[in-house]
Design a protein around this ligand. Sequence first.
Ligand SMILES: [Zn+2]
Length: 275
Amino acid sequence: MLIDSHAHLDSSRYTDDREVVLRRASEAGVGAVLAIGIGEGPSEMHQALDICRQFNGKPGIPQLYASAGIYPHNAPEAEDGALHKLDALLSEPEVIACGEIGLDYYHQGAAHPVQKEGLIAQLKIAAARKRPILIHCRPKEGANDAWDDLFEVLDEHWAATGLRGVMHCFGGGWEQARRSLELGFLISFAGNLTYPKAQPLRDVAAKVPVDSVLVETDAPWLAPAELRGKRNEPAFVTQTAQTLAQLHHVSPDEVAAATSKNFARLFNLSFGMGN
Ligand SMILES: [Zn+2]
């Protein structure tokens, strides 16, 4: 069984065929999907949970989990009402993670100090609700600025909680991977791992221990190499898993087993996987 640890199932790009997409995932061997609850802003944070409740229990559909969080560029909207809503969502059993939250210095948007404040406010809520965090971190082209700020914030506001998290759609170098592992984080690789120009990322992925990795699609974005430019969907997580298997000289089944086990361990879930 494979788990897509990060998919935006609430995207309007699935409005017409969400159920078909989920069935295809199940047929491809995807047993669970973590639906990311950021929407287009805090007013839509609940949509991932709604989708879980709509589909869970239906035959032929992967087990769905949800997250909730305020995306870095929505940080200016992280006011009392939105934070209260986040707190309420994190108290729901299906909402197993807070995210994606973090810092994005790549795109023009919220000012960096505002992003940091929004991140710190959400770390406090996640810690109180004992929910692991899903981190989005993207520095300026050719820089490590967002990573440096992120680790500073996590060292000060997260490390001592004893809780962990996921570096989602990891795109850093080995130094950033090493620091993430030191914090006990899992490193999640997405379809960009399969891109022809991504050799530096593949070199990093080859060094990250298999018991610390996850695979994800970040669907509807970041379709793997063969399907690049098209709408991505959870079924395609198989391609990232395949690339990761090649890098580690193991079978795709071993990557599936390891990443599912890692996911279950982080979120305290049991899938009856035997080992
Ligand atoms: Zn995402």
